[in-house]
Design a protein around this ligand. Structure first.
Ligand code: SAH
Length: 385
């Protein structure tokens, strides 16, 4: 059976400006690279350096309002107001977890939910961003699946999520005191929106902008095989993580229906191709959500180790205790079970880590993003918009 995924978006950059213009009656500048901004201001009869200035204001200082870009002439700012936009996402609510994690629930210009999670750690911050509003995949352990796909996000909407989180954490224009890591592990399947995702990552990597380099970015996929192969050919690609969740096709078909389209052997063969592009210190990550009594037995640990050893991929496994949510039919594996599972994998030579859940109390943890409004700890944010 051929399944088509509506989220797959092949629109190239040539059509982007046009599409945005039609969509919004304004060109969205946040998703444009420095050369694109230069061409854009040149179409307004401005010199190239104004484009570079604008890029620095939007991407380095993270300004979201043209009025704040006071080094641009007033006439140009007025013109920009008329024909362009820099802030399309509006923060609707914001939640802070007991562990310091912050979740932002935002809305797009067409009123669709976008969620972003800011996770402070000792030496760095991690921002978990969404690549789509909702998600077309139907993983049974993930709450986002229940939204279905609303639409793929534009490069500008991806960049804006990071700007909003950093501006809230440190203030507009303030350089983050610690490094910023990005993970495409929020809502959506990033590899079904690869063009816009790569465009956003390139804008954010620019040294004259946020300067978040590909080495600081991890993209997680449920296993879109052709896009994994495409990413393997991309020289400025981010790190890759694969959500595995099961050691056999039988169980994976049930938990992650995408497996019927690209079964485990096909997926791991693509990973083997990807492996050839790994840098000396880089490993592919396999994520394994631990579901009590479903995929966490000793036998399944041995099966997983054998599977990974058979394919012999330079990788590591991240065990993620399931983050429960109301309509999901699973419970998290106990700490002891997770530890035992880890020990079995390690005894068979697999590098294994256990991911500590962050922000569970505010529905900010992996698999909990489904635009939930909660009343506890809620602060409405007006100042950010
Ligand atoms: N679509 C992508 C990225 C989003 S999910 C993907 O599938 O990888 C990011 C990670 O969260 C995945 O590894 C997924 O397996 C995990 N996840 C999803 N639901 C979860 C839940 N309820 N508890 C713990 N992890 C979950």
């Amino acid at each position: 059976m051929k399944i088509t995924y509506e989220g797959e978006d092949h629109s190239g950059s040539a059509h982007r400006m046009l599409r945005l213009t039609r969509m919004d009656k304004a060109v969205q500048l946040t998703g444009l690279s420095q050369p694109e901004l230069v061409s854009f201001v040149e179409t307004l009869g401005e010199p190239a350096y104004r484009g570079r200035q604008l890029f620095g204001a939007l991407q380095h200082r993270r300004l979201r309002n043209f009025d704040e870009i006071t080094d641009l002439p007033k006439g140009l700012r007025t013109r920009l107001h008329e024909i362009a936009g820099a802030a399309t996402l509006k923060v609707e609510s914001q939640y802070t977890s007991d562990d310091g994690t912050r979740r932002y629930l935002m809305k797009t210009h067409d009123n669709l939910p976008v969620e972003t999670v800011f996770i402070p750690e000792e030496r760095r911050d991690t921002i978990c961003f969404s690549s789509q509003s909702g998600c077309p995949l139907q993983c049974t352990f993930c709450l986002t699946a229940q939204l279905g796909l609303l639409r793929s996000l534009t490069a500008g909407e991806i960049v804006e999520q990071i700007q909003i989180a950093l501006n809230d954490a440190y203030g507009i224009g303030v350089k983050p005191p610690r490094g910023t890591n990005l993970v495409a592990m929020g809502a959506g399947e990033p590899l079904l929106n690869l063009d816009e995702l790569m465009k956003a990552l390139r804008v954010m990597a620019d040294p004259q902008g946020m300067h978040i380099v590909p080495n600081r970015v991890t993209v997680s996929t449920a296993g879109i095989v052709p896009r994994i192969l495409e990413l393997a050919k991309t020289s400025d690609r981010p790190h890759l993580a694969i959500s595995l969740a099961a050691p056999s096709d039988e169980l994976r078909n049930e938990l992650m229906p995408i497996n019927k389209r690209w079964p485990i052997d096909e997926l791991l063969s693509a990973c083997k191709v990807f492996e050839k592009t790994l840098k000396p210190n880089e490993r592919l990550t396999f994520e394994y959500v631990m579901l009590d009594g479903v995929n966490d037995s000793d036998e399944q640990a041995r099966q997983l180790a054998n599977l990974l050893n058979r394919h012999n991929i330079k990788s590591k496994v991240n065990l993620i205790p399931h983050n429960p949510a109301d309509p999901l039919p699973y419970r998290p594996s106990s700490e002891e079970t997770v530890e035992r599972f880890k020990n079995i994998l390690e005894s068979k030579g697999i590098h294994t880590y256990v991911r500590r859940p962050r922000g569970r109390d505010i529905f900010a943890a992996c698999g909990q993003l489904a635009a939930r409004q909660i009343t506890r700890n809620e602060t409405l944010v007006g100042a950010l918009n």
